[in-house]
Each structure stands twice: as C-alpha cells, then as structure tokens.
Design a protein around this ligand. Structure first.
Ligand code: PLP
Length: 453
C-alpha cells in the first residue's frame, strides 16, 4: 500500500478502507466471495501489460508464449473441473461471456449456413445482396429466457440490454403458487415461439433447475440450450449440483462468471461442446477486447483450487449454510420466496414480512453492518428499483468459515434489524419507498456483533 500511497494516497486509503469494510461487515451479497491470496497475487503482476488478441497459438501479436501457457492452463483446469469438451477463459466478465455465447450460436446457426449457401468462406466475400440478407437474418432470431422478476438476468434478452435488442425475446417465469419454474408452461411457450436459443440460469432463483428437462424442450423445438451458471458455478465445480442439475452435460453452451460461488478473480468463461469451439474462440477480437492475461492467470489458480477435494466441502457448506439461514429466518416469521432454498441464496419478501421495500431493508441492514442487495420478487409491486425483496447468499461467509450456529445468529440479527425498522417519509412528509427509520443504538449494537462474527 505504501508504494501506491506515494503516488495517489486517496487510492491507498480507499483500498485500506475496502479491506476494513470487507472484514468488519457481514458480506451476504449472493454474487460475492473472498478470493484466495494465491488468486489475488496471480492477478497483480506484469501480465497486465501484455497484448494477446487471438487465442492460444493463434495470436495477432508476437511474444505471447507466457500468455499461451496461462490461457491453456486456465482452459485445461476448466475442462477437467467441469467435464467440458471446450473452455474459453478470456471473457472479462459474465456479460461478456454471454455476448461471446450469443455470437457463437448466431455464427453457427445463421452465418455458417449463409456462407455455405453462397459458396464462400468469409463474410467479406458475400455479395451485397447476400450480406444484406444475412444482416436481416441476424436481427430475426428469437430467444427464450427466464423473466427478470422470476430471477433471470438482464442479459437473458431484456429490452434495456443489448441482448433484448439483438433478439426477439420472450420470457418464462415461475408458478405463482409454488414460485418454482413451470416446465410445462415453458415447453408450451417454446413450442409456440420456436426460439433459436433457450437461456437457463438465474441471478435470484433459490431452487434447482432441471437442465435435462430444459435440453429436452430445446431439442423438441430445435433450439440451442445455453446455460448461464454465473451464480452457481461453484456448486457445479464442488459437485453439489450433479446429474440433471449439472448444466455441462446437458447444454450445448454454458457461460459463467469466475468471481461468485466459484471464488476466483472477477471475470467470465465459456464452456461448450466441440461443435461451437471455433466460434467461441473467435470471441476476441469479434466481441471482446484484448484478453487480460493477469486475470486468466488468476482464473487458472482459482480453478486449480476448485479441483482440490476441500472445494467440495466448501460447496456443500455453502448450501448447508443457506438452508440454516432460511430456517432461522422462517422460524422468526420471515417469508421467503419459494419457502426456502436448495442452493446458495435466499430471497426474503421484506414487503410482506416486515412492511418495507427492498430499498429500505437494504439500507437498514447496511446501517447495521450487514451488506445485502435489494432484489425484485416475482410480480413485484414495487418494481425493479425499490423492489420488495432482499437477496442474501452464503458463498462469502462460508469462505470465512462460518457455519450453522453463526447462520442462525445472523438470521436473528437480520430479523431484529427489519422488525425494528419503519418506512420513512420524504422531506415533504409523504410516504417514501426509499427512506427508513432505524434507532441508531440498535444499528450500532448489531454492527458490533457483525464485526465480532
Ligand atoms: N449472469 C448472471 C446470471 C449474473 O447474475 C451476472 C451478474 O450478476 C452476470 C451474468 C454478469 O456478470 P458480470 O457482472 O461479471 O458481467
């Protein structure tokens, strides 16, 4: 830190404060974790200075032998860990990995047949008329993804996101009574809509997804099954999600982040069957900027860690802890979406349990040293900004070694904060969805306990 302080002390201070915050507060954000020192150190080095567009052995720059070593090892660990035919370790983030996957599927299913019809190998060789037809064909493709309020991600075809502009999109949701994915409704929508891509995977669904059924539906309608396992990749790596619940044997293409339950550096990755490998490997420079070799080095280290037997214990503990947290909350009267969890996250309906918006609950918990995020719940009356839910996950606290007893105590702390918080008012005195009122003495007392944990 002193080296940084000599150049820009405010950055050194911010880093120091971040370390303190992450130590003193309870990190319950379901998409966060604590990467290991080996992973962090692999990221902070001179690989950051190297350009390496292209992929292993096929670079647009000279001098890439060490980057080749790093990228090949990251891909090898990923293939071995997940049992995938092909792995691509370059995506800078989960959203980038999804873009690579979309382009790979479009290249395989739209561009390659158009080139074949025209008898050429490269889009540059298409006539103007064929090129115009191809561009139009790109714009006409359909995607079916999980709706945002049921727990899907913005990149699964939603209008504000580039994916919603690239594809004609429809959503599948959850059953209003059980909160679970309704596979028969999904099948009916797929039969009628005939998407080119079905996207499975979620950011805020606390249950298992049956990828065998998903693939069956995709095959029935001629769609490619893409699974975004960003949230639960660590549970797949740790062999907690196996059989029908492991996406890799079922989907043609799987994307992930590396920094959530997988506990690696901030980044993304694509796994696919060999028929998509060439298209996926063209991700950079077709969709992605130059690779981040320092981050790929850290991905390789984190994936090597995830191949150790201890990681299986970790993944199981993440799920056990989420369940303990769910039980502790429900015993104290909280309502959870779907009535519990099978994975690493819980979604508390704070509107019906505590009369708060997600925004108010999130702020009150933060005042008390508990870091969470507000999240929409299915058919959310408060919309995607204020929301009615709080999403809590256990990957980070499990890394810190906390177990069932601590989870029960944390459930008690969350319940105490939320039962003592009142909705606030705006400056004009009208009811506010953003302001909250919480006795600072209670917030302080709970913060101290959070730090001790
Ligand atoms: N996919 C899913 C399911 C996610 O939950 C997220 C992030 O929260 C992403 C993709 C995007 O990941 P990133 O922030 O690394 O782009």
């Amino acid at each position: 830190l002193e080296v940084i302080r000599a150049v820009e002390p405010r950055i050194a201070d911010a880093i120091g404060q971040e370390v303190a915050d992450q130590r003193e507060m309870l990190k319950l954000i379901a998409s966060e974790n604590y990467a290991s020192p080996a992973t962090l150190l692999a990221m902070g080095n001179w690989f950051s200075d190297k350009y390496a567009e292209g992929t292993v052995g096929r670079r647009f720059y000279a001098g890439c032998r060490n980057v080749d070593t790093v990228e090949a090892l990251a891909a090898e660990h990923a293939r071995e860990l997940f049992g995938a035919e092909h792995a691509y370790a370059q995506p800078h983030s989960g959203i980038d990995a999804n873009l690579v996957a979309f382009w790979a599927v479009l290249a395989q299913r739209v561009e390659a047949p158009a080139l074949e019809r025209a008898g050429v190998r490269n889009v540059n060789d298409l006539s103007e008329a064929d090129w115009a037809e191809l561009r139009q064909a790109f714009g006409n493709q359909r995607m079916l993804g999980m709706s945002l309020d049921a727990g899907g991600h913005l990149t699964h075809g939603f209008r504000p996101n580039i994916s919603g502009k690239m594809f004609d999109q429809r959503s599948y949701g959850t059953d209003p009574t059980t909160g679970l994915i309704d596979y028969e409704a999904l099948r009916a929508t797929a039969r009628e809509f005939k998407p080119m891509i079905i996207v499975a995977g979620y950011s805020a669904y606390p249950r298992l997804v049956n990828f065998r059924i998903m693939r069956e539906i995709a095959d029935e309608v001629g769609a490619t099954l893409m699974v975004d396992m960003a949230h639960f990749a660590g549970l797949v790596a740790g062999k907690v999600l196996t059989g029908d619940f492991d996406p890799v044997p079922h989907a043609q293409i799987v994307t992930t982040t590396t920094h959530k339950s997988l506990r690696g550096p901030r980044g993304g990755m694509v796994l696919c069957d060999s028929s998509l490998a060439d298209q996926v490997d063209r991700g950079c420079p077709m969709v992605l900027g130059g690779p981040l070799p320092h981050v790929m080095a850290a991905k390789a280290v984190a994936l090597a860690e995830a191949r150790r037997p201890e990681f299986r214990d970790y993944a199981q503990a993440v799920v056990d802890n989420a369940r303990s947290l769910a039980e502790g909350l429900m015993r104290r009267g909280a309502t959870l979406v779907t009535g519990g969890t099978d994975n690493h996250l819980n979604l508390i309906d704070v509107a019906s349990s505590y009369g708060l918006t997600g925004r108010q609950a999130e702020s009150a918990l933060l005042d008390s040293g508990i870091v969470t995020n507000r999240n929409a719940i299915p058919a959310d009356p408060n919309g995607a900004w204020y929301t009615s839910g709080i999403r809590i996950g256990t990957p980070a606290l499990t890394t810190r070694g906390l177990g069932a007893t601590e989870m029960d105590e944390i459930a008690g702390l969350i319940d105490r904060v939320l039962t003592t918080t009142e909705p606030g008012t705006t400056k004009k005195g009208t009811p506010s969805k953003a302001q909250h009122v919480l006795d600072p003495k209670i917030a302080d007392e709970i913060s101290h306990r959070a730090t001790d944990l």
